[in-house]
Design a protein around this ligand. Structure first.
Ligand code: ZN
Length: 322
C-alpha cells in the first residue's frame, strides 16, 4: 500500500496552522491562514475546509491519500461528539459541530482535542517526551495549560478536565483566577502571573534593583523583562524568578508524586527562559518529591516550539488505523 499521510491543524485565535505529515510524524508541508473570528467565528471552519481542499488540489492529492485529519482547538471539546463550545478567543459561544462540517467538506475522517492536549501529544511523540508512554506537558503562556499522557493514553477524566494543570492550587490564599477560585498556578506562572508576583513582592522589597525601579515608575513590564533582568543578576528579579520557580516546582513535584511520568516538559512563551528556568524549577521539584520520583522523573524543556500543535493534532488521526 502506498504510504498514506495525516493532516494536523492547530487552531488559534490569530492563525490556523496546518501541516501534512508522514505517519512517522515527519512534517512534509506546512502552511497557515489568518483566523477570521468575525460573525461569531462562522467563517473559521469553512475557511479551514477551503484551505485544505485548495492545498490538495494544488499538489494533486486526494482525500483517499489521507488516513485522517486531527485538530487542536481552544474551548471545551467534546471528543466523542466532535464539537466545541465556549472558545471565546474564536467568538465561538455556541456549540460548533466541527467534525461533521470538516468531514463533509473534505471527505477525510476527523478527530479533535483541546490545544494543550494536542501540544502534549506532539512533545511526547516527536519532542522532549522521546515517545515515552508517560509524559506530562505544561505550557506557560498567556495562561497555563497542560496535557497528561499515561501508559500511552491522553487523560481526559470524567468531565473532560484532566490535565488542567493551570488550576492546581499552589497558594491557598493567593490571587483570584479566571476560573473562580484562588491561588491557581496560572495566576503566578503565566506571563501575566509572573508580572503579578513581581508587583506583589515589590511592595516589601527595599534593596537596589532595576526591576523594582521600573515597577515603582509605573512602567509596563513583561515576564520576559523579569527573566532578562534576573539573568543580569538583578537581585529583586532573581527573587521573583525564584518565587515563580517555587510555584512551578511545587506543582510539578505533586504531579510527579501522583503520576510518576518519565518527564514533565515545560513549554510556552515563559519557557523561553530556558535552562535558567528549568534548573530552578528542578531544584524545587527535587525538594517536593520523594526519592523514587526524584530519581525517575525528569524536568525538561519543550523542543518543538510552534510545531508541537500540528504534530500532536496529526497524531490524533493515527487512531483511525489502530
Ligand atoms: Zn484557576
Amino acid at each position: 500500500m502506498d504510504e498514506k499521510k495525516i493532516i494536523g491543524i492547530d487552531l488559534g485565535g490569530t492563525t490556523v496552522k496546518f501541516a501534512i505529515l508522514a505517519i512517522d510524524g515527519e512534517i512534509q508541508q506546512k502552511w497557515s491562514i489568518e483566523t477570521n473570528i468575525l460573525d461569531e467565528g462562522s467563517y473559521i471552519i469553512p475557511e479551514i475546509i477551503e484551505s485544505i481542499n485548495h492545498r490538495l488540489n494544488l499538489y494533486d492529492m486526494k482525500a483517499e491519500d489521507f488516513i485522517g485529519i486531527g485538530m487542536g482547538t481552544p474551548g471545551s471539546v467534546d471528543i466523542e461528539a466532535g464539537t466545541v463550545i465556549g472558545a471565546y478567543n474564536l467568538n465561538w459561544r455556541t456549540l460548533q459541530p466541527v467534525r461533521e462540517q470538516i468531514e463533509e467538506g473534505t471527505g477525510i475522517r476527523f478527530k479533535l482535542d483541546n490545544d494543550a492536549n494536542v501540544a502534549a501529544l506532539g512533545e511526547r511523540w516527536k519532542g522532549a517526551g522521546e515517545n515515552d508512554p508517560n509524559v506530562i506537558f505544561m505550557t506557560l503562556g498567556t495562561g497555563v495549560g497542560g496535557g497528561i499522557i499515561m501508559e500511552g493514553q491522553l487523560l481526559h477524566g470524567h468531565g473532560g478536565c484532566a490535565g488542567e494543570i493551570g488550576h492546581v492550587t499552589v497558594e491557598p490564599h493567593g490571587f483570584e483566577c479566571t476560573c473562580g477560585k484562588v491561588g491557581c498556578l496560572e495566576t503566578v506562572a503565566s506571563a501575566t502571573g509572573v508580572v503579578r508576583v513581581a508587583r506583589q513582592l515589590s511592595e516589601e522589597y527595599a534593596g537596589d534593583s532595576e526591576l523594582k525601579r521600573r515597577l515603582d515608575d509605573g512602567q509596563a513590564i513583561t515576564s520576559k523583562d523579569v527573566f532578562v533582568l534576573a539573568e543580569q543578576e538583578d537581585s529583586f528579579a532573581l527573587m521573583v524568578v525564584d518565587k515563580v520557580c517555587f510555584y512551578l516546582g511545587f506543582a510539578c513535584g505533586n504531579l510527579g508524586n501522583t503520576l510518576n511520568p518519565s518527564s514533565i516538559v515545560l513549554g510556552g512563551g515563559v519557557s523561553a527562559a530556558g535552562e535558567f528556568l528549568r534548573s530552578r524549577v528542578e531544584k524545587y521539584f527535587n525538594e517536593y518529591t520523594f526519592p523514587q520520583v526524584r530519581e525517575s522523573t525528569k524536568i525538561k524543556l519543550a523542543e518543538l516550539g510552534n510545531d508541537a500543535g500540528v504534530i500532536g493534532a496529526a497524531s490524533l488521526a493515527l487512531q483511525f488505523v489502530q
